[in-house]
Design a protein around this ligand. Sequence first.
Ligand SMILES: C[S@@+](CC[C@H](N)C(=O)[O-])C[C@H]1O[C@@H](n2cnc3c(N)ncnc32)[C@H](O)[C@@H]1O
Length: 346
Amino acid sequence: MHESVQHYYGKLLQKTSDLKTSACCDPTSLPAWLKPLLARVSPEVLARYYGCGLVAPLLLDGCRVLDLGCGTGRDCYVLAQLVGAQGQVLGVDMTAEQLAVAKAHLDEHAERFGYANVAFRQGYIEDLAALGLADASFDVIVSNCVINLSPDKDSVLREAYRLLKPGGELYFSDVYADRRLDPALREDEVLYGECLGGALYWNDFEHLARRHGFADPRLVEDRPLSIDDPQLADKLGEARFFSATYRLFKLDGLEPACEDYGQAVIYRGSIPGAASAFVLDKHHHIETGRVFPVCGNTWRMLKDSRFAEHFVFIGDFSRHFGIFQGCGKALPFDQRSAPGTPASCC
Ligand SMILES: C[S@@+](CC[C@H](N)C(=O)[O-])C[C@H]1O[C@@H](n2cnc3c(N)ncnc32)[C@H](O)[C@@H]1O
């Protein structure tokens, strides 16, 4: 599988427009703050962008960031500007041709930014120990349309968890299916290379993430993908595909469900680029200055991570009030007894 993907990205594709579906490119409008950063990235790098989402979480200044499957380095060169001179970005990819383009532009970007904080290494994202990358050595790991291409997604998640510092996060975009796909689709080089054949059923992905220690996967944004090529669409049948960005925090103490301890946070409005509100995920748009009730897991994602100083925290874990309402799970028991039923069994 690795060889087939290397052939696809190293030999067959030369530019973004060679892709046959909208799976590996990102037609969503970019946020205004990102445009000047992208404008400083080399046109040759931009022309070979094959990502499917935006992997630029807030508050990266000074962070050490790893990009899994960096390709020609578009995201690395954007992230380099976000982490700044005190931060570092490492891009890893297995395809020599992709990395050759990325590396050819290192000096040019360092000169433009005024600092050299990017490096690229050739390797497999399933085995980052082979590159000597140490446990708990990255603040943030990103990836853009890559994990679907891995034949061993367990190892990718295991390695990401190992490499993150406590409180760090894997923030990544990828392609998901609405169902488990026929394994035969994985044998089709084009479907696989186009990030469809290897896509996980979204719920299997969420279970996989939990199994590897990321107890509460948070969906940040998503969009449906259109398969416009009739031959590809025919092979895929009724399956539907989505590009989605998840953030997975490495945090001790996250619980399997959102539990209510009566806690709340107030966002100070102090994160650069987020003056009026902070968006943690699709369900948490936290307006500046407002008392915002949170479950225990959201509390920990804000309190035990790089975001802590930007929030006021109200409450603690001393009293439990049951399941947090509106987080997908609810009390499973009927709350009123049927008429004529004795109040108790004893
Ligand atoms: C769809 S492209 C995305 C590239 C880049 N993230 C971007 O946004 O342009 C997928 C990239 O992942 C790399 N890749 C796929 N599987 C990999 C693996 N198991 N280990 C390392 N790199 C991998 C490919 O070589 C290719 O460059």
